[in-house]
Design a protein around this ligand. Sequence first.
Ligand SMILES: Cc1cc2nc3c(=O)[nH]c(=O)nc-3n(C[C@H](O)[C@H](O)[C@H](O)COP(=O)(O)OP(=O)(O)OC[C@H]3O[C@@H](n4cnc5c(N)ncnc54)[C@H](O)[C@@H]3O)c2cc1C
Length: 383
Amino acid sequence: MDFSLSEEQQQIRKAVREFAQREIAPHVMEYDQQERFPIELVKEAAKHGYMGGVVPPEYGGAGLDYLTYTLIIEEISRVCQIIGCALSFPSGLAGSAILRYGTEEQKRKYLRPLARGEAFAATGVPEPGSGTDVAAMRTTARRDGNEYVLNGSKAWISFLDVADWVLTFATLDRRLKHKGICAFIIERDTPGMTFHPYKNKLGFRPLCTGDIVFQDCRVPAKNRIGAEGEGFKVAMCAVENGRLGVAARAVGMAQACLDEAVKYARERVVFDQPIGRFQLIQSMITDMVTGIESARFLTYRLAWLKDQGVERARREASIAKMVATDVALMAATHAVQIFGAYGCSPEYPVSRYYRDAKVFQIIEGTNQLHRALIAEYTLGFRQ
Ligand SMILES: Cc1cc2nc3c(=O)[nH]c(=O)nc-3n(C[C@H](O)[C@H](O)[C@H](O)COP(=O)(O)OP(=O)(O)OC[C@H]3O[C@@H](n4cnc5c(N)ncnc54)[C@H](O)[C@@H]3O)c2cc1C
């Protein structure tokens, strides 16, 4: 394994860092407080090619290797992990499954504008009654000629305000469990599909997250992704690739916690000395440094494996996602503690990091799920 960055990767990382500081940093607090998705900043980032990720150029992407893509998402997330999330979607939760299972027409029609930042997408897996247990979904799909008719609902789905289409899942027959699931792309404004956003959620506030309800929603059969019954595989492909993006975002945000904590610990004077001189503060800084470096290397290892062409890196994806998001919450908790009362103020970003870090442990598979999966791989109960 060689994680030394090429000259080009170092230049890209520097350019992204400068872009994020110049274009995004001045506005983050405002759009977080307003719970507004900063679409103009995402489009600006897309113009720089930061949304194209690993998607091949013929489908509108930047054709990057996974490590360079990871560096971009990490650097953007060091300033705003919500924009990091949007930029990761073409290579991750929304686009990767289309790249792997979509037809040529689907890739050109849906993936290309997404990778260019000309369109946005949502991906909807969980339902009000089933999250972790994906195969227990109740949304049904019934074939009717050249269409499918969908009924049911999805819960906790993001990008509802800007999504031009939704990648979602429904079952042909619940008794078939995961073998009965189909994946579909449903265009916004399709009759029978309605969005119901939540307000005031704990974290990820600029994302418009909510329910999607399907009532006799007719979807053209040509919008099915993959074969009938292949939807579970499509979903797993989406979440596995999504996990690299989440890990990169968590590492970026954890680094931001450390950056803020170090600055504050050098400036804040208590008992006539900077608080950074107290060993208990130093202990928290050390936890953050060692945690972040471990998480970063596990995340880069996952990217590196993908760059080596390893088709299935689910175990490593679980390890990277779980460790990076646990480290992000630890780093955010320590950052708030180091700031004392000011850590609870909207004047400093650490309170936002703390709220967002908790959500990281829940999305793209809860960390309990990953803990269970890692043990099962180790015990030989799962390949
Ligand atoms: C802000 C936000 C945005 C989101 N955006 C999206 C999105 O855009 N697209 C999308 O598809 N999803 C999205 N999600 C949903 C997220 O992926 C799910 O919440 C997640 O998969 C967990 O499902 P659940 O909430 O139903 O938890 P449940 O499955 O009900 O789990 C409840 C608890 O039981 C535990 N548990 C479950 N199974 C096991 C097990 N086998 N072993 C041990 N413990 C277990 C869990 O860890 C958890 O603690 C979002 C969630 C949030 C909070």
